[in-house]
Every structure is written in C-alpha cells, then in structure tokens.
Design a protein around this ligand. Structure first.
Ligand SMILES: *[C@@H]1O[C@H](CO)[C@@H](O)[C@H](O)[C@H]1NC(C)=O
Ligand SMILES: *[C@@H]1O[C@H](CO)[C@@H](O)[C@H](O)[C@H]1NC(C)=O
Ligand SMILES: *[C@@H]1O[C@H](CO)[C@@H](O)[C@H](O)[C@H]1NC(C)=O
Ligand SMILES: *[C@@H]1O[C@H](CO)[C@@H](O)[C@H](O)[C@H]1NC(C)=O
Length: 739
C-alpha cells in the first residue's frame, strides 16, 4: 500500500517540478522526498523557498490527519519537528509555500520502523544432555513486523529461519519470536546459540537493519554413577575409625554431601567433603550413611551401612601358647590386653606359685622376664587380667632345652688306608636328650643314625655320642664326614633345632715299596764314588731318612735327602746303610750293604810258639790280613812235589804233635777281586833225641788254651820231630820256589 502511495506522489511530484520550472519562485525540501525514522527518534522536515521575499508556509498530511509535529517558520524556511517520532507520523507530508498568487508544493514521505533492542534468547529450562529443550528467540517491539526475518543458529548450523509475512491488521510494534526444540548432545558443550533478526525496512536499501544475540550453550549432565569406597571396612570395632570416600559423575562436577540417616528418616548433614573420616566410633554410630552428589540439574545418592561392634575384652600372650627356650637365655613373656583401658594384670605358675622372674606392667601390657632361664622356669605360666567385673586368663608353656654347641667329630687315630678307625660324633650338654637324634653321613650317604630314647631320670643336660668303625680307603680322601644333631623340641614345632659339624677326610697310606738304587754298584773299589738313592711310596709322600748302622748296632743319621753320594770311598765306608721312608702313617725301611774293596795288605804269617819246634810239639800257623771285609786266605805248604792247601780255620792251621816232615815252607796268600799278597815262613822241626827240646805238657796246655783264646790270630803249633830242621826257608827262597 505504501508503495502505491509513493508511486502516486512520485507522479504528482513530476507535475510540480514541470509546473515550477517555468517560474523563478522555487521550493526545496530536506530530506528531499523520503525519510525513515525509528519510533522515539526525532526528525525535522525542512522547507525552503527561493525567489520570494516572504513566503507563506503551510504543512498538511496527505490524508489531512493531524501533523503530530511542531512547525517553526522563519523567513524563507519552515521546519516541521517530530519529537518523538511515533506511528502517527507515518504519512506523506506536504509543504505548501505561497508567494503572492504563486503557490508551490513539495511532498516528503515519512516512514516509521521500530527495532529497538537485540533479540532475546530464552530456554525453557537447563540444557541437559539427552533431554529435549525449546529455545525461543524473541525480538521485541518490531515494526513493521511483516518485514522481519529471524535466524536461529547453533554454532554454524542454521536451525530455523522465519519471515513474518502475515498481514498487519494493527499499526503497532509487536514482539515476534521463533521457537526450536532440540536435544543437546555432549558435543554441544561450548557451542553458541545465535539469534539474528533482520528488519527489511527499506527495500531500496540492501543492508537490512540487523540485530544479533549470542548465548554460549551451558550443557549439564545430571549426577550419576555415585560410588562409595569404605576403608578399612563397613564392620568396625568400637573405638575404631573409618574413612569413606564418595564420587559422582556429572557436569558440572557434582558437589558431594555426606549425611547420616536418622531414625525418623531425615538426613543429618555431616560434611560437604568427598572424604568422610569417622573416628572413635561408638556402637550408636552404626547406621546408614548417605552420600549425595548434586549439581544444578540433578542429584544422585548412594547409601552404605556401617556396623560398629562392641570391643571384646581379650588377652593375648606371646610368643604363642608354648615357647622352647635354651637354658641360660633371656626369655620375655608378654601379656597384652585389648578392650580395657586400665586392666590389672598378674602372673603365676600353674602350681599357683609366684613366677620366678621379673614382672613389669604398664598400661595394657605386662612382661615377665626370665633371665637366665633355668629348670626352675619349666612351667605353665598363667597371665590373668581383670577389668571391672570381667576376668580373662591365658597360659603359656615354657619348655627348656640345651643345645649350645655343634657336634664334635673325633677319630680314634690317624686315618690310614686299610686300618680300621672309629669315628665318634659327640653332642655336648644336650637336654632333653631323649629328643636327640644324631646322624653321621659320609658324603651323601647316611652311615649311621641314632636316637636316644632312654628315660631321663635326671633333669640335666648330658653329652651323647654315636660311634662308627670303618676301614678307610684312599677313595675316601676328600669326602666329607657330616655329623648332624637334631633336637626335636616341642611337639608343635615341625622344624627341629639342628646343628652340624663337618670334617673332610684325608686318608694316609703308610710308606711301602721302599727301594734303594746303588749306582754304579754296592761293591766298589776304594776311591770310587757311589750314589745311593732311596724311594718310598705312601701318602703323604714319605720323608726319606738315611742312616748308617754302627758296629754296636746303633744307627747314625746321615741325610734326609733321597740320594747320598760318597765321593772317593774308603774301606771304612763299607757297612750297612739303612733308608727309611717315613710319614705319619708309618715307616718302611730298606737296608743296603756297601762293600769297599781294598787289595789285600798287611798280611802276617806267624808260627806259635815259634818257627823252630821239637818233634811232638803243637804248632799253630796263623795268617791274618788287615783288610776289611775279609779276604780269601789260602794257606799252603810248599813241596817239591806240589803245594798242599791246608784246611785252616780263620787263617789258622794247627799241627798237633809235629813230625819232622812238617818242617818246610808255609805260604799264606790273601786275595780278592782287587789283588793278592802272600807271605811265607819256614818251620823247623827238631828230632826228639834231645829231651830238653821236648815241649813240656804244661806248655802244650798253655798253647791249647791260647789258641782257644785268640782264634782271630791263627797259630800253628808245630811239633818238630827233628831238632834240626834243614828246611828253614827264607821268605825270599819261598817266593822263588813259588815262581
Ligand atoms: C575436604 O578435605 C580436605 C582434606 O582433608 C580439605 O583440604 C578440604 O578443605 C575439605 N573440604 C571441605 C569442603 O571441607
Ligand atoms: C628362682 O630362681 C633362682 C635362680 O634361678 C633359684 O635359686 C630359686 O630357687 C628359684 N626360686 C623358686 C621359688 O623357684
Ligand atoms: C751321582 O749323582 C750325581 C748327580 O746326579 C752324578 O753327577 C754322578 O755322576 C753320580 N755318581 C755316580 C758314581 O753314579
Ligand atoms: C741334601 O741336598 C742338598 C742339595 O741337594 C745339599 O745342599 C745338602 O747338603 C744335602 N744334605 C745332606 C745331609 O747330604
């Protein structure tokens, strides 16, 4: 409709311009033909004339409605002021100027709108994930609302667009709105709702009047998954404490409240903290505790029941109901009371005698110290505690044992291969020995095991042992003898007290196979050297000891070296040498006879009593040699017909009742491997005619006797038959005859 008016006025305008162009008298307006004003603003329409000194102005509206403005005219200018602009000003205003008979007119159209405020966004509740919500975008006091367009966006997404093209039956500003219902999702958190209102007032103007309101989406999550954790337990002892922690999920994070449910069902608020600690609980603190997580849009609650139990009046005795204590040790028995603040505690033995120890009581604990613990302490001890009317008692048994030292392994002697030996394993001062078990092991093998089940007639520690005889062999060396003693104290104790000793075996071998090597030979020439080497086997390797046997049978130590060397031997070195192989297991000896040979020397050939005897006398011819060892001695009688070898004893030849024919040359030859030497003498036997020459029987007896006394000195007694013995050979002659 207004469009039409504009067209009509536009046409008459052109007429006025054509009409005025022929005149000098002109009229001008400001604004020229059209203006847009918002309700409440103020505008002025100005009319000016040119070419007239004092024109007459008049203003009117097209429909002759009231002007709704104030006119101020001054000279060639007239102003129509509308302050404030209202809907009644929506007209085409006509300014008429009259100058004499001439009349000029100009029209200004005033268009009105109302768009005073930004849109309002209204939600019909709090945004909760998953719960549909209606958003209303409200644009207040709009005019002309048929030109209004509203967009509602969530983030970049246009949710709804609306134009309000309805017929305006009333000329007045109206509030228009747009509604969208949607279901928020978690992703909507942080997004913005945008309500944009556009008023297309001026069709010629492309940019519409535009107002916009943004509202960040505040999305909520109702509390859920409320969980309570209780530490240590929902079951408590009187006086105990408990800590309960509650958590609940939601957005914003729910606030946690702890309360206790009262008997009437009401809740008594306890704390606004997620963690609730209750201390010194009493029986009446039992009940249901409630945790509630709450935020703007909801609540979630969880309940837990706490049960506070009455604390029992009990007594605890330690260590355990029985204790095995070693004689002499320090033993502390402790009696502890729970469930009573100041009990009275006492100790006694099962025979109702006072305990033989030191009692120390403090608060809810009492100790009985037995030090040093002895047989007097082998009892049941009773600890009694009294608290008000209540009395409790507990007992502990003290068992004694003695097992102070490790077993001792003893051998009856040195371990020698093949010789029986007795091993004893001794456990000193054991009590109670009827619980003792001794085991002897060689390597991994059990050799013997013994238990001592005998009656204990006396209460006192005793020394017990086990003996085993065995024959060691060299294979036993390096094996370990283990003596293990176990004392089974207390039937309750599975693990016996145990002690053990070990000994590594070393089996000796007595020296044997002692041999002597004489290099070059045991028979030597004087002046040569000899090595005598001795060896002996045994374990440990035998020590060698060389000794020489003296004439009196004693042994003279020579060397401890295996080899003795004699350089440039003399005859005196001859004799018996003894080598001994010695170790702790025994001795093995070997003898060797060393013979140093010397050419015969110092031969002596004598006749007894004289070289001149009478027939019938007894003569001893004796040949001796200074050498050692004895050399061969050959005693001969020389004759033209040939030499006669005489049977001599130790170089002595005896002629009883010498005959004349016994006279002659006697020769003695001494020889050995090294050489020989000889001597000769001439025996003269005189005839019996001369009685004086007779050998008296007394003398004869004397010579017999002397021949017995000195057998080493050979003696030839010659009973000369002839007084004159022609055969008195000189030694020189005898030698000659021999050649
Ligand atoms: C909750 O307890 C903690 C630690 O015990 C404490 O620091 C905090 O102030 C308490 N909060 C409230 C609200 O009582
Ligand atoms: C208490 O112990 C001591 C030493 O151990 C002993 O001499 C005394 O006889 C004991 N008394 C009683 C009552 O057993
Ligand atoms: C004795 O032994 C030594 C050293 O082994 C050697 O030099 C010497 O020739 C030996 N003597 C004899 C007579 O064998
Ligand atoms: C034993 O031998 C060593 C060296 O081999 C020697 O020095 C020592 O004199 C010897 N001892 C005897 C008693 O022969």
């Amino acid at each position: 409709m207004s469009g039409k008016i504009v067209v009509i006025f536009g046409a008459s305008n052109i007429l006025w311009i054509v009409f005025a162009a022929s005149q000098d008298f002109k009229i001008e307006t400001s604004p020229e033909s059209r203006t847009l004003a918002q309700i409440g603003d103020s505008i002025s329409l100005i009319c000016n004339t040119i070419g007239c000194e004092s024109p007459f102005f008049s203003w009117r509206t097209q429909m002759d409605s009231p002007l709704n403005g104030e006119v101020r005219t001054e000279g060639t200018r007239s102003v129509l002021i509308m302050d404030p602009v209202s809907l009644q000003n929506e007209h085409s205003y006509l300014c008429t100027a009259t100058c004499g008979s001439e009349k000029r007119e100009k029209q200004i159209q005033v268009e009105i709108y109302s768009f005073p405020r930004d849109p309002e966004i209204h939600l019909n509740g709090l945004l909760e994930v998953g719960k549909p919500i209606t958003v209303k975008c409200l644009v207040p006091d709009v005019y002309p609302f048929d030109k209004l367009e509203i967009d509602l966006l969530k983030g970049d997404h246009l949710m709804k667009n609306q134009e309000f093209l309805e017929v305006m039956d009333r000329k007045s500003p109206e509030t228009k709105s747009l509604e969208v219902t949607f279901t928020p999702i978690v992703e909507d958190i942080g997004k913005a709702l945008v309500c944009r209102a556009k008023l297309h007032v001026d069709e010629t103007d492309f940019a519409p009047k535009e107002r916009e309101t943004t509202k960040v989406l505040q999305v909520y999550i109702s509390p859920k998954n409320t969980v309570i954790s209780v530490n240590p337990s929902t079951r408590l002892q009187e006086g105990g404490s408990v800590t309960m922690t509650c958590s609940s999920e939601g957005l914003p994070a729910p606030e946690i409240f702890w309360s206790k449910k009262l008997d009437n069902g009401n809740l008594q608020l306890l704390s606004g903290n997620a963690t609730l600690t209750l201390i010194a609980m009493r029986i009446e603190d039992s009940g249901i505790y409630v945790c509630e997580g709450g935020n703007l849009i909801g609540k979630s609650r969880k309940e837990v029941e706490l049960i506070v139990q009455e604390k029992l009046f009990t007594i605890e005795i330690s260590p355990g109901p029985r204790i095995a204590a070693q004689i002499g040790d320090l033993v502390v028995l402790t009696c502890g009371v729970t469930g009573c603040e100041s009990p009275s505690i006492s100790w006694r033995t099962h025979t109702d005698s006072p305990p033989n120890g030191t009692v120390r009581s403090e608060g809810t604990e009492s100790t009985l110290t037995l030090h040093p613990v002895s047989f007097e302490n082998e009892h049941f001890y009773l600890c009694s505690a009294t608290c008000g009317q209540k009395k409790v008692e507990k007992r502990i048994q003290v068992e004694l044992y003695s097992f102070h030292s490790d077993p001792e392994i003893k051998m009856s002697g040195l371990l020698v291969h093949g010789n029986p030996v007795t091993v004893s394993c001794e456990v000193p001062n054991v009590y109670p020995f009827n619980q003792l078990e001794i085991e002897l092991l060689k390597g991994e093998t059990i050799v013997q095991n013994k238990v001592f089940l005998e009656e204990m007639d006396r209460k006192s520690p005793e020394t017990k042992s086990l003996e085993v005889t065995f024959i060691p062999t060299t294979e036993d060396t390096g094996k370990v003898l283990v003596c293990q003693a176990k004392l089974h104290i207390g039937e309750m104790e599975f693990q016996p007290k145990q002690r053990q000793s070990t000994q590594t075996l070393y089996v000796n071998v007595a020296p044997r196979d002692t041999t002597v090597l004489v290099s070059p030979s045991p028979i030597l020439e004087e002046g040569s050297s000899v090595n005598m080497t001795c060896s002996s086997s045994g374990l440990p390797a035998p020590k060698i000891l060389w000794r020489r046997q003296l004439n009196n049978g004693d042994l003279q130590p020579l060397s401890e070296n295996t080899t003795i060397t004699l350089i440039s031997t003399k005859m005196e070195d001859s004799g018996t040498y003894v080598c001994e192989g010695i170790n702790q297991a025994g001795i093995s000896r070997k003898e060797v006879e060393l013979i140093i040979q010397v050419a015969p020397r110092d031969i002596q050939l004598r006749a007894f009593p004289s070289e001149s005897v009478k027939e019938g006398d007894t003569v001893i011819i004796s040949c001796t040699c200074g050498n050692y060892p004895k050399t061969w001695i050959i005693l001969k009688k020389k004759a033209e017909t040939g030499d006669t070898v005489l049977k001599s004893t130790d170089g002595a030849y005896t002629i009883r009742k010498a005959q004349l024919e016994d006279a002659g040359v006697y020769e003695c030859e001494s020889k050995n491997e090294v050489g020989s030497q000889s001597r000769s003498l001439t025996l003269d036997v005189k005839g019996r005619e001369n009685n004086k020459d007779y050998f008296s029987p007394e003398l004869l007896m004397l010579y017999f006797a002397s021949s017995l006394i000195i057998p080493a000195i050979g003696m030839t007694i010659y009973f000369a038959r002839k007084a004159n013995m022609k055969g008195s050979y000189s030694l020189v002659e005898a030698q000659k005859s021999k050649v």
